[in-house]
Design a protein around this ligand. Structure first.
Ligand code: ZN
Length: 266
């Protein structure tokens, strides 16, 4: 089958699935974050995992990223849409905007970030770590939805679970990062190692902006703001995902994601 679509994100997105069903599964890397929700959207088989568990009991640094990606792979998922609540360092990217990241910078540590721990050694390309085809598809969908969005962004992935200090944000901003996530890494590279197309549909939930101007006051980031702003965006995000899934066709991908292991073995 190998044509299923995966969605990983907040549990508020369950409402997406028509006639959904739920089942447990395990992998050689352990259990995924939640039971798998299975359903149909726009005529396509879709599987959903709640990245932080159903009760949001798994913090970003404790997510079993390998089990989640392996579960999707075993279910035949070859296209994966990851939703992310992101903080913005870029004053042009404001709360409520959608963001399609095209690059990431990894500042996490201690996470299991490869399926190839030896003796099989593999070096996959991460020059373009997000699937370009899916990103263009999402861009088309966002244009038709008329929501504000940014079709390129550098995603800084931090370890969490705390938010950044003001000094860290100043440094990260001047380094050229646009938005901040705690979960984009190693999800993106693990998907790449399994040949799965992976894209990030982010929504800005807080301004970690460092300019401290009248338009962009440098307010502290709070979990309450992030949760409230994400909740406010779930309906729009659901609508966008519906359009993306409607436009998605199996033969559409001309990307190299599926061939990621070609020439990558030592
Ligand atoms: Zn791809």
């Amino acid at each position: 089958m190998d044509n299923a679509v995966g969605i990983i994100g907040g549990s508020g997105l369950y409402q997406l699935l028509e006639h959904h069903d739920s089942f447990m599964m395990t992998t050689p890397y352990g259990d995924p974050s939640s039971a798998i929700q299975s359903g149909v959207i726009a005529g396509k088989q879709v599987y959903f995992i709640a990245r932080h568990g159903i009760q949001h009991e798994i913090p970003p640094h404790k997510v079993n990223y390998r089990a989640n990606i392996q579960a999707f792979y075993n279910l035949g998922v070859r296209k994966l849409i990851a939703t992310h609540a992101v903080g913005s360092l870029n004053p042009a990217m404001v709360s409520g905007d959608f963001v399609l990241s095209h690059q990431f910078v990894n500042r996490t540590w201690g996470r299991q970030d490869t399926f190839f721990d030896g003796p099989e050694t593999v070096h996959v390309s991460a020059s373009d770590p997000f699937c370009e085809d899916l990103r263009f598809l999402a861009e088309e969908s966002l244009i038709s939805s008329k929501y504000r969005f940014h079709n390129e962004a550098v995603m800084l992935v931090i370890q969490g679970p705390r938010f950044n200090t003001r000094a860290e944000n100043r440094i990260y901003y001047h380094e050229g990062n646009d938005v901040i996530s705690m979960t984009g890494y190693p999800e993106a590279v693990l998907a790449r190692e399994r040949g799965i197309c992976y894209m990030s549909l982010g929504v800005v939930t807080d301004m970690a902006c460092v300019l401290n101007s009248q338009d962009h006051p440098d307010l502290p980031t709070t979990h309450e703001d992030v949760v409230n702003n994400f909740a406010a965006s779930v309906e729009r995000m659901t609508a966008v995902l519906g359009v993306v899934l409607t436009k998605m066709e199996p033969e559409q991908c001309r990307c190299a994601c599926a061939a990621s292991l070609k020439g990558a073995h030592v």
